[in-house]
Design a protein around this ligand. Structure first.
Ligand SMILES: NC(=O)c1ccc[n+]([C@@H]2O[C@H](COP(=O)([O-])OP(=O)(O)OC[C@H]3O[C@@H](n4cnc5c(N)ncnc54)[C@H](O)[C@@H]3O)[C@@H](O)[C@H]2O)c1
Ligand SMILES: O=C(O)[C@H](O)[C@H](O)COP(=O)(O)O
Length: 385
Protein backbone atom coordinates (compact mmCIF):
# COMPACT_ATOMS: atom_id res chain seq x y z
CA UNK A 1 0.00 0.00 0.00
CA UNK A 2 1.29 3.49 -0.81
CA UNK A 3 0.60 6.13 1.80
CA UNK A 4 1.02 9.88 1.42
CA UNK A 5 0.97 11.72 4.74
CA UNK A 6 1.36 15.15 6.31
CA UNK A 7 4.75 15.20 8.04
CA UNK A 8 3.15 16.90 11.04
CA UNK A 9 1.24 13.75 11.99
CA UNK A 10 3.25 12.60 15.01
CA UNK A 11 4.41 8.95 15.06
CA UNK A 12 3.19 8.48 11.50
CA UNK A 13 6.09 6.11 10.75
CA UNK A 14 5.63 4.13 13.97
CA UNK A 15 1.92 3.59 13.33
CA UNK A 16 1.82 3.12 9.56
CA UNK A 17 5.23 1.82 8.39
CA UNK A 18 4.23 -1.84 8.63
CA UNK A 19 1.03 -1.16 6.69
CA UNK A 20 2.52 0.51 3.66
CA UNK A 21 5.27 2.60 2.15
CA UNK A 22 4.96 6.13 3.53
CA UNK A 23 6.00 9.36 1.89
CA UNK A 24 5.58 12.54 3.89
CA UNK A 25 5.15 16.14 2.76
CA UNK A 26 4.33 19.40 4.44
CA UNK A 27 0.52 19.42 4.66
CA UNK A 28 0.26 22.53 2.53
CA UNK A 29 2.49 20.98 -0.13
CA UNK A 30 0.47 17.82 -0.71
CA UNK A 31 -0.36 18.07 -4.42
CA UNK A 32 -2.44 16.00 -6.85
CA UNK A 33 0.76 14.96 -8.68
CA UNK A 34 2.06 13.12 -5.56
CA UNK A 35 -1.17 11.16 -5.23
CA UNK A 36 -1.38 9.50 -8.65
CA UNK A 37 -0.02 6.19 -7.36
CA UNK A 38 -1.21 6.53 -3.78
CA UNK A 39 -3.78 4.31 -2.02
CA UNK A 40 -4.07 6.22 1.22
CA UNK A 41 -3.94 9.92 2.11
CA UNK A 42 -3.37 11.00 5.71
CA UNK A 43 -3.81 14.68 6.47
CA UNK A 44 -4.27 17.30 9.16
CA UNK A 45 -6.43 20.40 8.85
CA UNK A 46 -4.18 22.39 6.50
CA UNK A 47 -4.72 20.14 3.48
CA UNK A 48 -7.83 20.84 1.42
CA UNK A 49 -9.14 17.43 0.33
CA UNK A 50 -11.50 17.61 -2.65
CA UNK A 51 -11.96 16.69 -6.30
CA UNK A 52 -9.06 18.94 -7.38
CA UNK A 53 -6.67 16.98 -5.18
CA UNK A 54 -7.98 13.45 -5.66
CA UNK A 55 -9.86 13.05 -8.93
CA UNK A 56 -6.87 11.61 -10.82
CA UNK A 57 -5.53 9.59 -7.89
CA UNK A 58 -5.92 6.00 -6.82
CA UNK A 59 -6.64 6.97 -3.23
CA UNK A 60 -9.17 4.66 -1.57
CA UNK A 61 -8.92 5.88 2.00
CA UNK A 62 -8.55 9.39 3.42
CA UNK A 63 -7.82 9.91 7.10
CA UNK A 64 -7.54 13.19 8.96
CA UNK A 65 -6.10 12.95 12.45
CA UNK A 66 -8.22 15.91 13.53
CA UNK A 67 -11.68 16.37 14.98
CA UNK A 68 -12.73 19.03 12.48
CA UNK A 69 -13.60 18.02 8.91
CA UNK A 70 -14.28 21.40 7.29
CA UNK A 71 -11.16 20.95 5.11
CA UNK A 72 -12.63 17.80 3.55
CA UNK A 73 -15.24 17.60 0.81
CA UNK A 74 -17.12 14.75 2.49
CA UNK A 75 -19.88 14.68 -0.10
CA UNK A 76 -17.44 14.24 -2.95
CA UNK A 77 -15.57 11.47 -1.11
CA UNK A 78 -18.83 9.66 -0.47
CA UNK A 79 -19.90 9.94 -4.11
CA UNK A 80 -16.55 8.54 -5.16
CA UNK A 81 -16.84 5.71 -2.58
CA UNK A 82 -13.57 6.79 -1.02
CA UNK A 83 -13.48 5.69 2.62
CA UNK A 84 -12.98 8.44 5.17
CA UNK A 85 -12.07 8.68 8.84
CA UNK A 86 -11.46 11.55 11.22
CA UNK A 87 -10.54 11.38 14.89
CA UNK A 88 -13.60 12.47 16.88
CA UNK A 89 -12.83 13.49 20.42
CA UNK A 90 -9.09 12.84 20.01
CA UNK A 91 -7.92 16.24 21.25
CA UNK A 92 -11.09 17.33 23.07
CA UNK A 93 -9.38 17.10 26.46
CA UNK A 94 -6.59 19.34 25.23
CA UNK A 95 -9.06 22.01 24.10
CA UNK A 96 -10.83 21.87 27.47
CA UNK A 97 -7.48 22.34 29.22
CA UNK A 98 -6.75 25.33 26.96
CA UNK A 99 -10.05 26.91 28.03
CA UNK A 100 -9.38 26.17 31.71
CA UNK A 101 -5.94 27.72 31.47
CA UNK A 102 -7.42 30.86 29.88
CA UNK A 103 -10.10 31.01 32.57
CA UNK A 104 -7.69 30.78 35.51
CA UNK A 105 -5.57 33.51 33.91
CA UNK A 106 -8.56 35.81 33.42
CA UNK A 107 -9.93 35.01 36.86
CA UNK A 108 -6.71 36.19 38.49
CA UNK A 109 -6.16 39.15 36.18
CA UNK A 110 -9.70 40.48 36.44
CA UNK A 111 -10.20 39.53 40.09
CA UNK A 112 -13.32 37.37 39.81
CA UNK A 113 -14.23 33.88 40.97
CA UNK A 114 -15.39 31.49 38.28
CA UNK A 115 -18.01 30.12 40.69
CA UNK A 116 -19.74 33.53 40.62
CA UNK A 117 -20.01 33.59 36.84
CA UNK A 118 -22.27 31.96 34.27
CA UNK A 119 -20.46 30.20 31.46
CA UNK A 120 -22.29 29.80 28.15
CA UNK A 121 -21.15 26.86 26.03
CA UNK A 122 -22.12 27.00 22.35
CA UNK A 123 -21.79 23.53 20.83
CA UNK A 124 -21.79 20.83 23.49
CA UNK A 125 -20.35 17.78 21.74
CA UNK A 126 -17.06 16.15 22.67
CA UNK A 127 -15.31 19.39 23.60
CA UNK A 128 -18.22 21.47 24.90
CA UNK A 129 -19.70 18.48 26.75
CA UNK A 130 -16.41 17.79 28.53
CA UNK A 131 -16.05 21.45 29.39
CA UNK A 132 -19.54 21.30 30.88
CA UNK A 133 -18.56 18.27 33.03
CA UNK A 134 -15.41 19.94 34.35
CA UNK A 135 -17.04 23.27 35.15
CA UNK A 136 -20.25 21.79 36.51
CA UNK A 137 -18.31 19.62 38.93
CA UNK A 138 -16.51 22.63 40.35
CA UNK A 139 -19.79 24.45 40.89
CA UNK A 140 -19.96 26.82 37.92
CA UNK A 141 -23.37 27.83 36.56
CA UNK A 142 -23.65 26.80 32.91
CA UNK A 143 -25.90 27.54 29.95
CA UNK A 144 -25.80 25.46 26.80
CA UNK A 145 -26.76 26.28 23.25
CA UNK A 146 -26.75 23.34 20.87
CA UNK A 147 -29.99 23.15 18.85
CA UNK A 148 -29.00 20.03 16.84
CA UNK A 149 -28.15 18.12 20.01
CA UNK A 150 -31.16 19.42 21.94
CA UNK A 151 -33.51 18.25 19.21
CA UNK A 152 -31.90 14.78 19.21
CA UNK A 153 -31.42 14.33 22.95
CA UNK A 154 -33.07 16.82 25.26
CA UNK A 155 -31.82 14.77 28.24
CA UNK A 156 -28.14 15.29 27.36
CA UNK A 157 -28.03 18.16 29.85
CA UNK A 158 -30.31 19.30 32.68
CA UNK A 159 -33.34 21.18 31.38
CA UNK A 160 -32.29 24.41 33.11
CA UNK A 161 -29.04 24.54 31.07
CA UNK A 162 -30.55 24.78 27.61
CA UNK A 163 -30.77 28.30 26.20
CA UNK A 164 -31.39 29.77 22.79
CA UNK A 165 -28.41 31.60 21.36
CA UNK A 166 -29.52 35.13 22.11
CA UNK A 167 -30.53 34.31 25.68
CA UNK A 168 -27.16 32.68 26.25
CA UNK A 169 -25.32 35.68 24.79
CA UNK A 170 -27.27 37.94 27.08
CA UNK A 171 -27.09 35.91 30.29
CA UNK A 172 -23.64 34.31 30.20
CA UNK A 173 -20.64 36.25 31.48
CA UNK A 174 -18.23 33.92 29.69
CA UNK A 175 -19.05 32.52 26.25
CA UNK A 176 -17.07 29.58 24.89
CA UNK A 177 -17.57 28.47 21.29
CA UNK A 178 -17.19 24.79 20.36
CA UNK A 179 -19.16 24.23 17.18
CA UNK A 180 -17.86 22.87 13.90
CA UNK A 181 -17.78 25.29 10.96
CA UNK A 182 -20.97 24.64 8.97
CA UNK A 183 -21.94 26.92 6.08
CA UNK A 184 -25.32 25.53 5.05
CA UNK A 185 -28.30 23.55 6.31
CA UNK A 186 -30.66 24.11 9.22
CA UNK A 187 -28.06 25.09 11.83
CA UNK A 188 -25.19 26.85 10.06
CA UNK A 189 -22.42 28.19 12.28
CA UNK A 190 -20.62 30.47 9.81
CA UNK A 191 -20.68 33.94 11.45
CA UNK A 192 -22.98 32.63 14.18
CA UNK A 193 -21.67 35.61 16.13
CA UNK A 194 -22.49 38.13 13.43
CA UNK A 195 -22.17 41.91 13.41
CA UNK A 196 -25.47 42.49 15.22
CA UNK A 197 -24.82 39.94 17.95
CA UNK A 198 -21.30 41.29 18.47
CA UNK A 199 -22.57 44.85 18.73
CA UNK A 200 -25.20 43.75 21.23
CA UNK A 201 -22.78 42.01 23.60
CA UNK A 202 -22.82 43.75 26.97
CA UNK A 203 -19.56 45.26 28.19
CA UNK A 204 -17.34 43.01 30.30
CA UNK A 205 -18.19 39.70 28.62
CA UNK A 206 -15.48 37.16 27.94
CA UNK A 207 -15.56 35.49 24.51
CA UNK A 208 -13.45 32.38 23.91
CA UNK A 209 -13.25 30.80 20.47
CA UNK A 210 -11.40 27.52 20.10
CA UNK A 211 -13.84 26.03 17.57
CA UNK A 212 -13.31 27.50 14.11
CA UNK A 213 -12.41 31.11 13.28
CA UNK A 214 -15.29 31.89 10.94
CA UNK A 215 -17.91 31.08 13.57
CA UNK A 216 -17.29 34.71 14.57
CA UNK A 217 -17.46 37.60 12.12
CA UNK A 218 -13.98 38.71 13.10
CA UNK A 219 -14.09 41.96 11.12
CA UNK A 220 -17.13 42.94 13.20
CA UNK A 221 -15.33 41.84 16.35
CA UNK A 222 -12.31 43.91 15.36
CA UNK A 223 -14.49 46.96 14.82
CA UNK A 224 -16.11 46.50 18.21
CA UNK A 225 -12.73 46.15 19.93
CA UNK A 226 -11.34 49.18 18.08
CA UNK A 227 -14.21 51.39 19.16
CA UNK A 228 -15.02 49.96 22.60
CA UNK A 229 -12.32 48.11 24.47
CA UNK A 230 -14.88 46.51 26.71
CA UNK A 231 -14.77 42.79 25.91
CA UNK A 232 -12.18 40.22 26.92
CA UNK A 233 -11.41 37.89 24.04
CA UNK A 234 -9.47 34.66 23.71
CA UNK A 235 -8.96 33.54 20.14
CA UNK A 236 -7.24 30.32 19.17
CA UNK A 237 -8.87 30.13 15.76
CA UNK A 238 -9.08 32.78 13.08
CA UNK A 239 -10.73 33.57 9.81
CA UNK A 240 -8.52 32.92 6.77
CA UNK A 241 -5.89 30.88 8.61
CA UNK A 242 -2.96 30.98 8.13
CA UNK A 243 -3.36 34.55 6.80
CA UNK A 244 -5.09 35.78 9.93
CA UNK A 245 -5.47 39.43 10.89
CA UNK A 246 -2.39 40.57 12.85
CA UNK A 247 -4.20 43.79 13.82
CA UNK A 248 -6.87 41.72 15.54
CA UNK A 249 -4.18 39.92 17.54
CA UNK A 250 -3.20 43.27 19.06
CA UNK A 251 -6.78 43.86 20.19
CA UNK A 252 -7.54 40.50 21.80
CA UNK A 253 -6.67 39.48 25.36
CA UNK A 254 -5.12 36.12 24.48
CA UNK A 255 -4.17 35.12 20.95
CA UNK A 256 -2.86 31.70 19.93
CA UNK A 257 -2.20 30.05 16.56
CA UNK A 258 -4.80 27.23 16.54
CA UNK A 259 -3.04 25.10 19.12
CA UNK A 260 -5.82 24.50 21.66
CA UNK A 261 -5.88 20.83 20.65
CA UNK A 262 -2.10 20.48 20.53
CA UNK A 263 -1.41 18.33 23.59
CA UNK A 264 0.87 15.50 22.54
CA UNK A 265 -1.68 13.07 23.98
CA UNK A 266 -4.42 14.56 21.79
CA UNK A 267 -2.35 14.56 18.62
CA UNK A 268 -1.20 10.99 19.15
CA UNK A 269 -4.73 9.81 19.88
CA UNK A 270 -5.60 11.32 16.51
CA UNK A 271 -2.87 9.28 14.79
CA UNK A 272 -3.94 6.10 16.56
CA UNK A 273 -7.64 6.56 15.78
CA UNK A 274 -7.01 7.04 12.07
CA UNK A 275 -4.71 4.00 12.07
CA UNK A 276 -7.47 1.95 13.71
CA UNK A 277 -10.00 3.09 11.09
CA UNK A 278 -7.61 2.33 8.26
CA UNK A 279 -6.89 -1.18 9.61
CA UNK A 280 -10.59 -1.81 10.02
CA UNK A 281 -11.32 -0.61 6.50
CA UNK A 282 -8.69 -2.81 4.88
CA UNK A 283 -9.23 -5.76 7.28
CA UNK A 284 -5.71 -5.48 8.73
CA UNK A 285 -4.62 -6.23 12.30
CA UNK A 286 -3.92 -3.17 14.48
CA UNK A 287 -0.38 -3.91 15.65
CA UNK A 288 0.47 -0.67 17.42
CA UNK A 289 -1.01 0.69 20.61
CA UNK A 290 -0.56 4.26 21.78
CA UNK A 291 0.29 3.06 25.29
CA UNK A 292 3.50 1.43 23.95
CA UNK A 293 4.59 4.46 21.94
CA UNK A 294 3.69 7.54 23.94
CA UNK A 295 6.71 9.03 25.72
CA UNK A 296 6.91 9.50 29.46
CA UNK A 297 5.58 12.92 30.52
CA UNK A 298 8.20 15.43 31.72
CA UNK A 299 6.10 16.21 34.82
CA UNK A 300 4.75 13.12 36.58
CA UNK A 301 4.23 13.98 40.19
CA UNK A 302 3.58 17.06 42.31
CA UNK A 303 3.52 17.03 46.07
CA UNK A 304 1.60 19.77 47.89
CA UNK A 305 2.07 20.44 51.58
CA UNK A 306 -0.93 20.95 53.87
CA UNK A 307 -0.43 24.73 53.50
CA UNK A 308 -1.64 24.76 49.88
CA UNK A 309 -5.01 26.51 49.60
CA UNK A 310 -7.56 25.05 47.15
CA UNK A 311 -7.70 28.05 44.77
CA UNK A 312 -3.94 28.48 44.75
CA UNK A 313 -3.49 24.72 44.26
CA UNK A 314 -5.76 24.64 41.24
CA UNK A 315 -4.05 27.61 39.57
CA UNK A 316 -0.57 26.31 40.30
CA UNK A 317 -1.32 22.92 38.80
CA UNK A 318 -3.13 24.13 35.71
CA UNK A 319 -0.24 26.48 34.96
CA UNK A 320 2.37 23.81 35.65
CA UNK A 321 0.73 21.62 33.01
CA UNK A 322 -0.28 24.27 30.54
CA UNK A 323 0.02 28.04 30.67
CA UNK A 324 -1.78 29.61 27.72
CA UNK A 325 0.18 32.83 28.26
CA UNK A 326 3.29 31.22 26.81
CA UNK A 327 1.51 30.48 23.53
CA UNK A 328 0.08 34.00 23.45
CA UNK A 329 3.50 35.50 24.04
CA UNK A 330 5.14 33.29 21.42
CA UNK A 331 2.64 34.46 18.80
CA UNK A 332 3.09 38.13 19.65
CA UNK A 333 6.88 37.80 19.55
CA UNK A 334 6.81 35.87 16.27
CA UNK A 335 4.65 38.56 14.67
CA UNK A 336 7.42 41.11 15.29
CA UNK A 337 9.49 39.53 12.55
CA UNK A 338 7.27 37.11 10.62
CA UNK A 339 4.11 37.38 8.55
CA UNK A 340 0.99 35.85 10.15
CA UNK A 341 1.22 32.82 7.86
CA UNK A 342 4.91 32.25 8.68
CA UNK A 343 4.29 32.65 12.40
CA UNK A 344 1.29 30.33 12.27
CA UNK A 345 3.10 27.50 10.50
CA UNK A 346 6.35 27.87 12.44
CA UNK A 347 4.77 27.94 15.90
CA UNK A 348 2.58 24.96 15.12
CA UNK A 349 5.40 22.94 13.55
CA UNK A 350 7.77 23.59 16.48
CA UNK A 351 5.13 23.34 19.17
CA UNK A 352 6.64 22.36 22.54
CA UNK A 353 5.62 19.13 24.22
CA UNK A 354 2.46 19.71 26.21
CA UNK A 355 0.90 16.89 28.18
CA UNK A 356 -2.62 16.58 29.52
CA UNK A 357 -3.51 17.02 33.20
CA UNK A 358 -4.22 13.30 33.66
CA UNK A 359 -0.48 12.57 33.30
CA UNK A 360 0.26 14.30 36.59
CA UNK A 361 -0.30 12.60 39.90
CA UNK A 362 -0.88 15.11 42.66
CA UNK A 363 -0.02 14.00 46.18
CA UNK A 364 -1.93 15.74 48.95
CA UNK A 365 -2.33 15.37 52.68
CA UNK A 366 -5.41 13.38 53.66
CA UNK A 367 -7.12 16.42 55.16
CA UNK A 368 -6.98 18.32 51.83
CA UNK A 369 -10.19 16.72 50.62
CA UNK A 370 -11.68 19.91 49.12
CA UNK A 371 -8.62 20.49 46.95
CA UNK A 372 -8.51 16.79 46.02
CA UNK A 373 -12.12 16.85 44.85
CA UNK A 374 -11.56 19.97 42.74
CA UNK A 375 -8.47 18.54 41.11
CA UNK A 376 -10.14 15.23 40.30
CA UNK A 377 -13.04 17.17 38.76
CA UNK A 378 -10.58 19.07 36.58
CA UNK A 379 -8.96 15.87 35.30
CA UNK A 380 -5.90 15.40 37.55
CA UNK A 381 -4.99 12.11 39.24
CA UNK A 382 -4.87 12.57 43.00
CA UNK A 383 -3.36 10.52 45.81
CA UNK A 384 -4.11 11.36 49.43
CA UNK A 385 -1.33 10.48 51.87
N1 LIG B 1 -8.82 24.84 18.30
C1 LIG B 1 -8.54 23.57 18.18
O1 LIG B 1 -7.39 23.17 18.27
C2 LIG B 1 -9.64 22.57 17.99
C3 LIG B 1 -9.43 21.25 18.41
C4 LIG B 1 -10.48 20.34 18.27
C5 LIG B 1 -11.66 20.72 17.68
N2 LIG B 1 -11.82 22.01 17.25
C6 LIG B 1 -13.09 22.45 16.63
O2 LIG B 1 -14.12 22.28 17.59
C7 LIG B 1 -15.24 21.72 16.95
C8 LIG B 1 -16.06 20.95 17.96
O3 LIG B 1 -15.36 19.80 18.36
P1 LIG B 1 -16.14 18.60 19.08
O4 LIG B 1 -15.17 17.51 19.23
O5 LIG B 1 -16.84 19.08 20.28
O6 LIG B 1 -17.19 18.24 17.96
P2 LIG B 1 -18.56 17.48 18.13
O7 LIG B 1 -19.02 17.13 16.76
O8 LIG B 1 -18.41 16.39 19.14
O9 LIG B 1 -19.54 18.59 18.75
C9 LIG B 1 -19.95 19.72 18.05
C10 LIG B 1 -21.28 20.16 18.64
O10 LIG B 1 -21.66 21.39 18.01
C11 LIG B 1 -23.06 21.33 17.83
N3 LIG B 1 -23.55 22.27 16.83
C12 LIG B 1 -23.58 22.12 15.49
N4 LIG B 1 -24.16 23.20 14.92
C13 LIG B 1 -24.48 24.04 15.93
C14 LIG B 1 -25.10 25.31 15.97
N5 LIG B 1 -25.50 25.94 14.86
N6 LIG B 1 -25.25 25.90 17.17
C15 LIG B 1 -24.85 25.29 18.32
N7 LIG B 1 -24.27 24.07 18.34
C16 LIG B 1 -24.10 23.45 17.15
C17 LIG B 1 -23.32 19.87 17.44
O11 LIG B 1 -24.68 19.52 17.61
C18 LIG B 1 -22.39 19.15 18.37
O12 LIG B 1 -23.02 18.77 19.59
C19 LIG B 1 -14.65 20.85 15.83
O13 LIG B 1 -15.56 20.66 14.78
C20 LIG B 1 -13.47 21.65 15.39
O14 LIG B 1 -13.89 22.53 14.38
C21 LIG B 1 -10.82 22.94 17.40
O1 LIG C 1 -10.02 19.78 14.41
C1 LIG C 1 -9.07 19.56 15.15
O2 LIG C 1 -8.83 18.42 15.63
C2 LIG C 1 -8.15 20.67 15.56
O3 LIG C 1 -8.55 21.88 15.04
C3 LIG C 1 -6.72 20.33 15.33
O4 LIG C 1 -6.00 20.64 16.48
C4 LIG C 1 -6.14 21.04 14.17
O5 LIG C 1 -4.77 20.77 14.11
P1 LIG C 1 -4.03 20.83 12.70
O6 LIG C 1 -4.60 19.75 11.89
O7 LIG C 1 -4.38 22.16 12.14
O8 LIG C 1 -2.60 20.62 13.01
Amino acid sequence: MRIIADENIPLVQEFFADIGKIKVYLGRDIKAKYLKEADVLLVRSVTQVDADLLQHSGVRFVGTSTIGTDHIDLKWLKNQKIAFANAPGSNAESVVEYVLSALVYLEEREGFELQDKTVGIIGAGNVGGRLYERLHQVGVNILINDPPLQSKNEQAFPESCWADLDTLLEQADIISLHTPLISSGVHPTHHLLDKKRIQNLAAGKIIINSGRGAVIDTQALKKRLQTQEDLLTVLDVWEQEPHFDAELVKLVTLATPHIAGYSLDGKLRGTEMVCQSLCQHFGLPMRKQLGQLIPEPPLRKINFSAQMLPEQGVRTLIRACYDVRSDDLALRLALRTLTPAQAYDQLRRDYPVRREFANVRVELKSKQKALAQKLISLGFKVKLN
